[in-house]
Structure formats: structure tokens, C-alpha cells
Design a protein around this ligand. Sequence first.
Ligand code: CUA
Length: 169
Amino acid sequence: MNIHNYEKIWLVLSMLLIIGFISTVVYGATAVGIEMVNDEGGTIDSTALDEDDRFSEPRVEKVGEDEYEAYVVARQFIFEPNPIEVPANSTVTFYVTSPDVLHGFEVVGTNANAMVVPGEITELTVEVNEPKEYGILCNEYCGGGHHTMEGKLIVVPEDEFELGDSNDE
Ligand code: CUA
């Protein structure tokens, strides 16, 4: 069989296009720091958050020099705790889960933006520097109050920071 040269060139070009498309999708899904839903944070029984040490009392904990962990529950139609307070110049790892339906967790103005799936723990880390207030939004339609579901992340000056009220209760 004799394939015309032009036809060969087109064949090769179209193969390259297909490879290009696939690479783009793979790159988008795995690189450039895009937060995808994953099970990195582990799984959890969404019907028994009350019995889980981390989520029965949503809170912020100090885990190291300038390192904090925030255990957050996203539920119809609030985030707990609210506000979330952390000190400036620290690294905060959020563990977020939901007892009811799919929610979103976006810290507006940062690259923290992820889905919160019942039964899974979403883990994301944010570095906070300057004292500042950030809005927290739910990006997934979760029911009638979805548009009212918002919270706050307050980055307070280091010398004014005290660990949350949950420790005094
Ligand atoms: Cu929660 Cu929308």
C-alpha cells in the first residue's frame, strides 16, 4: 500500500495532537498545585463525627513551632468553628469533613479550595503571614441555605493569639 506523503504528515500531526491533549489533561490533574479531592486525609464515619476526637469539638490546635491544625466541620449551612483563628506567620493544615452532604471549602484569596465529601477528610495546608481576615465559602450546592454558608478565617497578630474557647469549656 502506498500512502501519500501529505497523508503521512497529517497522520503524524493528528497523533501528536492527541498526545498533546492527553498530556494537558494529565498535567492539569497532577501538577501546578491544583487541589483535587483525595483520600490523603483519610476516611471517617460521617454519621459519627461526635465520637471522633478530632471533629467532636471542631477547633484549632498547636502542633509545633508556628504550626497549627484546624479541625473543621462543614455542615448545612455553617462551618465550625467560626471564626477560625490562627496566628500570623504560621502554617495551618485544615482537616475538613462533612456529616451531611457535599460542601466546598474555599479560603477566599488563597489557593485553598477543595471539596468536602461526607466520609472523607479533606486536607489542605495554607501559610498565613500578615494579620488579615479571609472569607470562607462553600462552593458546592448543598441545599436551600447554600448561598448563606460562609465562615471566616482570622489571622491575628502573633502576640494577640490565644488558642480557642474550646479549650476553656
Ligand atoms: Cu455547603 Cu454549599
